[in-house]
Design a protein around this ligand. Structure first.
Ligand SMILES: *Cc1c(COP(=O)(O)O)cnc(C)c1O
Length: 368
């Protein structure tokens, strides 16, 4: 018998979440962001549900090749553009649209030999200070691009730093509005948080929205809103089984460092899941977990291959009982990945991206 741990990728949830973000941004086209191997879900696994998107956005050229190999003939956008001039050859060959965020990328285009001119997304740094031309240089970059025979359509793009938080998007929207005023071309601004929170506004959704995390069923603005508040469904389940049970007496401790000490007699379940499976090592005592669909808590330190849980709320549980680390449990129970992430001091993004290769992963559900 293989070690009792597996991940499930729920095609029905991916399809549902895609419809959900589409409804939040009426009339906008939707890039399904599939960078980082579809946020750990696997591009090939997620594809049947995500081919209802209008395009795929990612950043690794090898991932773009994989999307084309699946038969996708629609738009693919390289979110960081080309990393060196040679990359333009792949863009030409695979018809990839690419972001232009700095001057040198225009230099490469200017000397690139291509039969078909490229579609580019010119990126404005509207305040996040990661990628993009500063507002004062944006129009000159646009003019330069528009003079190249290697370029046909120029779209306009920016990225929000605080769409999920208190500072919000207005300051960056104002910068974008001013820098792009009067320029032709499609617009793309919104990640998941901006799409769900402000997608009803035409100036925010623009022509293309770029949701990632929402498509995978995690809330972009947790803990203000949970996934259920946004009607999102978990697209990934991580589940395992109990492989041992220990009876503790008062004063007994559990695991490395003896960080948990029993105050009363209690049963502890040992789960076949550890940090080498992608479970966060920093999740401490109290992190939520489901045993047979009942919510209980992790106790003690997560080790490489195992973690331990409090079986007090589930006296019937024993070796072989099903443990849901995140996602869908039995009998309709759900453990939001965001709740686990929060307890570990991180975000759902990091947990799903960190699912380890050694975890057997199965695709379930209908894509339609
Ligand atoms: C990752 C990424 C997104 C998607 O962000 P989410 O918060 O996952 O929706 C959108 N745009 C760009 C440029 C990105 O890098």
């Amino acid at each position: 018998m293989p070690r009792p741990i597996e991940a499930l990728i729920h095609l029905d949830a991916l399809a549902h979440n895609l419809r959900r973000v589409r409804a939040a941004a009426p009339d906008a086209k939707v890039w399904a962001v599939v960078k980082a191997d579809a946020y750990g879900h696997g591009i090939e696994r997620a594809y049947p549900a995500l081919q209802a998107a209008d395009g795929f956005a990612l950043l690794d050229l090898a991932e773009a090749e994989r999307v084309r190999a699946l038969g996708w003939r629609g738009p693919i956008l390289l979110l960081e553009g080309c990393f060196e001039s040679r990359d333009l050859e792949l863009c030409s060959r695979l018809n990839l649209w690419h972001v232009v965020h700095r001057e040198e990328q225009i230099d490469w285009l200017a000397t690139h030999k291509t039969t078909w001119p490229h579609r580019v997304f010119l990126k404005l740094n509207s305040g996040m200070n990661r990628l993009g031309f500063p507002p004062a240089a944006f129009r000159a970059a646009w003019m330069r691009l528009s003079g190249l025979t290697q370029v046909d359509e120029i779209s306009l793009m920016t990225h929000f730093s605080d769409a999920d938080g208190e500072r919000g998007i207005e300051h960056q929207l104002a910068v974008f509005r001013q820098a792009t005023e009067g320029l032709p071309g499609e617009r793309s601004l919104a990640n998941s948080a901006a799409t769900l929170r402000h997608g009803s506004r035409a100036d925010v959704r623009g022509d293309w929205v770029r949701p990632g995390i929402a498509v995978y069923g995690s809330s972009p603005d947790h803990p203000e809103h949970g996934a259920a508040d946004w009607s999102l469904q978990p697209a990934m389940t991580l589940r395992a089984r109990l492989i041992a049970v220990q009876q503790l007496q008062p004063g007994d401790t559990v695991g490395y460092g003896s960080t948990f000490r029993a105050e009363a007699p209690m049963r502890i379940g040992v789960v076949a899941c550890g940090y080498a499976d992608g479970y966060p090592r920093h999740a401490g005592t109290g992190t939520p977990v489901l045993v047979d669909g009942t919510r209980t808590r992790l106790v003690g330190r997560v080790s490489m291959d195992m973690l331990t849980v409090d079986l007090t709320p589930t006296p019937q549980a024993g070796v072989g009982s099903e443990v849901t680390l995140w996602g869908r449990g039995p009998q309709g129970a759900v453990l939001p990945i965001d709740d686990v992430a929060r307890a570990a001091g991180t975000v759902g993004y990091e947990l799903m991206c960190a699912l380890a290769r050694r975890v057997p992963t199965h695709v379930v559900g209908e894509a339609g």
